[in-house]
Design a protein around this ligand. Sequence first.
Ligand code: BGC
Length: 751
Amino acid sequence: MSRSMANKACLLASMMVFAGTPAAALAAQPWGNGELTPGERASMVVKRMTQAEKLSLVRGWLGVPYRPNVPTRFAAPKWAHNVIGSSGYVPGIPQLGIPALQETDASLGIVNLGGMLRPGDVATALPSSLTLGASFDPRMAYAAGAMVAREAWHKGLNVLLGPGMDLVRDPRGGRNFEYLSEDPLLTGTLAAQYVRGVQDQHVVAVVKHFAMNDQETGRGWANAVISDSAMRESDLLAFELAVEKGDPGAVMCAYNLVNGTYSCGNRYLLTEVLKRDWHFKGWVMSDWGAVHSVDSANAGLDQESAAVLDRRAYFGKPLRRALRDGTVSEARLTDMAHRIVRSMFAVGLIDHPATKSAIDYEADAEVALHEAEDGIVLLKNDAQLLPLSHTVARIAVIGGHADVGVLSGGGSSQVYPIAPGAIVPIVGGDGPYEGLRMIFDPSAPLAALRAAAPDAQIRFDPGIYPSAAAKLAKWADVTIVFATQWSAEGRDLPDLSLPSGQGELIRAVGAANPKTIVVLETGSAVTMPWLDKVDAVVEAWYPGQRGGEAIADVLYGKVDPSGHLPITFPKDSGQYPRPVIPRSNVEEPKGLGPAKSAGTVFDVDYSEGAAVGYRWFFNENLKPLFPFGFGLSYTSFRYSHLRIAGGRRLTVGFDVTNTGKVAGKAVPQVYLMSRTGRKLQRLLGFSKVPLSPGQTRHVSVAVDPRFLADFDTTDDDWRVPAGAYAVMVGRSATDAVLTGSVRLKGELLPP
Ligand code: BGC
């Protein structure tokens, strides 16, 4: 069957199933013709819209179904009968065949606020996005996106408010666990694949938060100060890749200001960069409560999300008035509606409407397991303590609620796991943690270890008293301490220590038994003043709903650890450009920071520019605790036959061989180390290479010239200077295995 016939057949089938619904209305209209381009179809349908219909598309609501007991301002309109219950809702235009947008959070699984939104409904909880970042594996990103979107589609939800993809500029950032890495290439590549995975399920992906939402403290009034060129070479470059290679249906603008203007009213970001330079065809939606004026429409904002959270519903009456008095043009409103509908056609959520149906949770749990296994990082392994031998008879498991489950991060991305997990209330008084709860995904490492080693004696101590834990450690042949660092949206970490005296616990246990393995469940980097007291350290991040098993699989060597750090682990936060998080010492209004609870605007001076993370450490000659890209394995890899080709474009080729005894996955990284005689470090390429013992594979990296270039704001173009380029293939940002250099002719590229 030809593609067009298949399209028609599909359309006919959906017409039959959905007679009397938007699909039936669609079939009767010329824009129901799937052979036309999404743009053509959108133009046809938008031409037929009244102004009121267009306006209905650009003003969003909270996705809470109207119920007599819900305060009306927090609910979708009473007349909206099809609200499924999710983060956001935009009514459809059924008479034209346009379905409602049912918008759900987000990157780590489908959010349901513990049943508040859709009573009784559950979802698969993936590991944190930093785990995905640590996988260095674009295929994993695709699989994760596809899994989450599949669940969305089968719940009738058609817009996924993810992936989050701001750069990790500060390890204390409260949402780091929702972001992918500190590097634009790694972040942009993974985000693009995640988007593709999502949209192949006919669900719109929304990359967020555009842009520079790099700290949570005062996020609604933090003003990111950074030069345009530095932004283009860092945070914006990540978004540029995701837009170019992933083609997301929507972009979400952020809470914070950028260079003096709120992101959601920022003409430079939304119109000049995103729409003009990057040719973005989708729509820009605001973050929840991030709009500050109706003029945002002129700056490039296409849709106000959950307008009730803004000081006024700007894209309601004020926009109508602005259209009347001409301060916003009808042509602009038409463009806003067109962008929304075009993405709906392009992603297929009109031709393949999301439909409530059965979900294969077992298959989805496998994705969660593999992602965790792919992203766990082995940081230290003295005396080859790991993998654990099945002959180890006595094992002490200590702390971290390892008898209950594995930690997850808080905020709008919080997935309440399928089986009831454990909820630990935060005793935060009226401080920033008020009302928030820590949730453990019910995949207990203790049970998983017992299943992996049925012959071992495994005892547990909760780790409350270091002395009691040390006593158990003395009894054991090997001790495994689980340590957690909880983080959440809306608040940054005060510092990078392990909280609640866990550092002291590790010291006491390590002193009692040096054959100690520390397993970290963290939302970001932590400092490790206790590092020399233990033989092994495993970074498991927030490993999701099969996390306990993934940890056991890595500890027992069923899986070779192949995760590599997607962020630098510093010796302490003083190594970063801002030793104190701006505004963290000021008492701010409560709340997560949307416009309504406005505080005073303050500057966050990103004076490091594009030198984020390892680039900063390189420039400043700083030695981190563990560098970006670092990760050990149970096998060993040899790199050889470096070939670097220059001239017009740079390509780097080399061989990698598994020289050890077990199968593993190498993660070679290609870095620029200097350009025309000046020291400069940038990640230029990476690969995840599965290798059986003795196997060799060739890796070839065609370098995207933007990663070699400066962004020049006089003419808004990328400039690759002519001259010598030194590159290295590394095991991490600081561990070179092959080095060489080549000359490039230099070039000038349009933005
Ligand atoms: C978050 C977004 C989220 C939205 C809807 C906001 O507070 O910043 O990431 O998608 O809420 O829940």
